[in-house]
Design a protein around this ligand. Structure first.
Ligand code: BGC
Length: 732
């Protein structure tokens, strides 16, 4: 049989899929002109950078992040592009993901988001965020994963792996020390090396070393007097030096400030100059970016060779081969049932039952006749607002609608009273909720109406908390105090006086003050949980889903229960020229429960706390050895039994207390955890293995991790304030 043959020209190495990526990078680099190299290291529009068209590299598209794929804005303006195919699934905010304590769901989250990003043609998602929750005032905590470095590390890694499995790059943010928003462009953080390494960096380190993140975003703030997007210490020495990071450092939008610093101090891709990513700088001349013509000129003048430039371009090319040039990428799909299911499951797993007196929850649907829902947050969309994480959700089920739908057909009457008026506007960056929430009644008449209706209700479910407006849970500013806004305290107090079954559902990404805590029956932490919010909340309130979320941060009674406030170091001290504000993290490593433990303070709700509708017994802690070498591991095993009559999940938490006396150590630190689901009566052995960093601290003298040899106590239980099982071991 005769066969036609086609002559195939030899593919250049950079286009050869089977060649090792580093060879492809070098080959592509060798073919690029100076202008092409300069072009790929800075933006060409609000969210994209050019590829190298001559060589077949397409444009590179980034987008926020981290809770869904942000709707498209115009090429050069912050206005909406007006697309009709950019509505997305809004996934729960990352605080809720962290509250699941379930790494499997973090992978599902990342993968689902990546599939949405692929459909939308985005090559990099600007997220996830892992800045440590140091103060509940931080306007952006809702986008982060709580206060504990181990929890955040364990949750961020699978998120990244899931996201990047679709060929979409993660851009882990904001590196680093961006722990509050007020004056975020001017804050110079002063922190001990030990706190930096033990508290603020581990989640980033895990993202790089275990998650193999392809992108990292520098933060706006300064550290050691250098902005973190152009920082010799954090970018060159730690990230690219110590951690051997091979991905790109992306500036936060407008985070670059100076050509020479950016060139020398580790920035690889400059975005959003002359804009803070939120508002101003509608139209820019991209050629004037710090790493555009000004850089090219310095090279032409001989101030720089192309050494730094080639190093940056190598990283960018590596990114291209991982994403836009990869043949293995997922196609992606948008707003699929699978993605809604993922969003729902994560929300249900992350909702935290904080308090449940007399087992008032779940709602007894067989006997209840009237349920009163109160509060603006029962009817307010939360996916619009909050800054760059704002979304155009295809749908968002509101709490009141979720409850009505769930209770339809049960014969239970659901009534609603507004209770308070908060912020009735609903738009962000050209996306409007279309809701009309205006209500001109006075506070006393709103409370009066709610109280009147509450008298005859079997249950009063108040949806309150914060929202995504400025100075609430929103980017760019912090809250001004921990108190609930809009007169909610008076409302709750009044309701609790007339009804013993008041359930407060707090919608927020942060702890709030609850002076009436003991007067209400139940408190549920409902987070910002996106598209399926109302459905998820209703399923937990009626008991279709047994809550299993655990707090990813310490919930203080008031601000002074935390080091940042007790020591007066927040928000910092302005220098005389009023250009820089120094914020010294005086509490050092004593953040969150590490602080409350040390001060022997009882928080309102402890880190790791979260109740269930069933009960669990944990017993019989066994260690596989009582002495372990510094480079060895020790495995703890416990028996967990569901002793109630509903299926449920519990998070077994393992903390270690270093009692060797070698060095100043927190009372205890989380070193491992595992979530287990058990049927009524079922029991299971749960084993958790620890080693390595779990035995170490950052030794400032040696400038390295050091094992503290000696005695340890292992503490195992179901919350940081409920650790009944203890065992001793020694690190030799
Ligand atoms: C935010 C980033 C965001 C960027 C782009 C900035 O203002 O800090 O988190 O990714 O804008 O929208």
């Amino acid at each position: 049989m005769a066969m036609a043959t086609v002559a195939t020209a030899q593919l250049p190495v950079y286009l050869d899929d089977s060649a090792p990526i580093e060879q492809r990078v070098e080959d592509a680099l060798s073919r690029m002109t100076l202008d092409e190299k300069i072009a790929v290291i800075h933006a060409q529009s609000k969210f994209s950078s050019p590829g190298v068209k001559r060589l077949g590299f397409p444009d590179f598209w980034t987008d926020d992040g981290p809770h869904g794929v942000r709707p498209d804005v115009l090429w050069d303006e912050w206005e909406q592009a007006g697309q009709t195919n950019d509505s997305c699934v809004a996934f729960p905010a990352l605080t809720c993901l962290a509250a699941t304590w379930n790494p499997v769901l973090a992978e599902l989250y990342g993968r689902s988001l990546g599939e949405e990003a692929r459909y939308r043609g985005k090559d990099m998602i600007l997220g996830p965020g892992v800045n440590i929750n140091r103060t509940p005032l931080n306007g952006r905590n809702f986008e982060y994963m709580g206060e504990d470095p181990l929890l955040a590390s364990r949750m961020v890694v699978p998120y990244i792996l899931g996201l990047q499995s679709t060929g979409t790059a993660a851009c882990v943010k904001h590196f680093c020390l961006n722990n509050d928003e007020e004056y975020r462009h001017q804050v110079n953080v002063v922190v001990s090396d030990r706190a930096l390494r033990e508290i603020y960096l581990p989640a980033f380190e895990a993202a790089v070393k275990q998650g193999h993140a392809w992108g990292i975003m520098g933060s706006y703030n300064l550290y050691k007097n250098q902005h973190c997007c152009q920082n010799e210490y954090t970018l060159n020495q730690i990230l690219k030096g110590d951690w051997q990071y091979d991905g790109v450092v992306v500036s936060d939008w407008g985070g670059a400030h100076d050509t020479e610093m950016a060139v020398k101090n580790g920035l690889d891709m400059e975005f959003g100059s002359w804009t803070d990513g939120l508002a101003w700088g509608a139209s820019n001349a991209y050629d004037a970016y710090f790493m555009a013509l000004p850089y090219k000129r310095l090279i032409q003048e001989g101030k720089f060779t192309t050494r730094e430039l080639d190093e940056k371009v190598r990283r960018v090319l590596r990114l291209f081969f991982r994403t836009t040039m990869s043949n293995k990428r997922a196609r992606g799909f948008l707003c699929s049932e699978a993605h809604y299911d993922a969003a729902l499951k994560i929300a249900q797993d992350g909702i935290v039952l904080l308090q449940n007196k007399r087992n008032v929850l779940p709602i007894d649907i067989n006997n209840a006749k009237r349920v009163l829902v109160v509060g603006e947050n029962a009817i307010k969309m939360m996916t619009v607002g909050g800054g760059s994480s704002s979304l155009k959700a295809q749908h968002e089920i509101l709490p009141l609608d979720g409850i009505k739908t769930r209770l339809a057909g049960t014969g239970i009457e659901v009534d609603y009273a507004r209770g308070y008026v908060g912020d009735t506007t609903g738009n962000y960056n050209g996306v409007t909720t279309g809701q009309s929430l205006a209500d001109n009644r006075s506070a006393s008449s709103l409370i009066g109406e709610a109280v009147g209706k509450a008298m005859n209700a079997d249950y009063v479910i108040v949806f309150g908390g914060l929202n995504k407006s400025d100075y609430q849970d929103a980017e760019g500013h912090d809250r001004k105090q921990m108190d609930l806004p809009y007169g909610q305290d008076a409302l709750v107090e009044a309701l609790a006086r007339v009804n013993k079954n008041v359930i407060f559902v707090n919608i927020s990404g942060n702890a709030v003050a609850m002076p009436w805590r003991d007067k209400v029956a139940a408190i549920v932490q409902g987070w910002f949980i996106g598209s399926e919010a109302g459905k998820a909340l209703a399923s937990v309130l009626v008991g279709d889903v047994n809550p299993s979320g655990k707090l990813p941060f310490t919930w203080p009674v008031n601000l002074n229960d935390l080091g940042a406030h007790a020591l007066g170091s927040y928000p910092g001290t302005w220098r005389p020229d009023h250009k820089i504000i120094d914020e010294e993290y005086k509490e050092g490593i004593y953040v969150g429960y590490r602080w409350t433990d040390k001060q022997k303070k009882r928080p309102a709700f402890a880190f790791g706390h979260g109740l269930s509708y069933t009960t669990f017994a944990i017993s019989n802690l066994r260690l596989d050895k009582s002495e372990v070498s510094a480079d060895g591991t020790v495995t703890a095993t416990v028996t967990v039994k569901n002793t109630g009559n509903r299926a449920g999940a519990e998070v077994i938490q393992l903390y270690v207390s270093d009692v060797s006396g070698n060095v100043d150590m927190p009372v205890k630190e989380l070193r491992g955890f595992q979530k287990v689901t058990l049927q009524p009566g079922e029991s299971r052995e749960v084993s958790i293995t620890i080693g390595g960093r779990a035995f170490q601290y950052w030794d400032e003298g040696k400038n390295n991790w050091t094992t503290s040899l000696g005695q340890r106590t292992m503490l195992v239980g179901t919350a940081s304030d409920n650790l009944p099982l203890k065992a001793k071991f020694t690190v030799k």
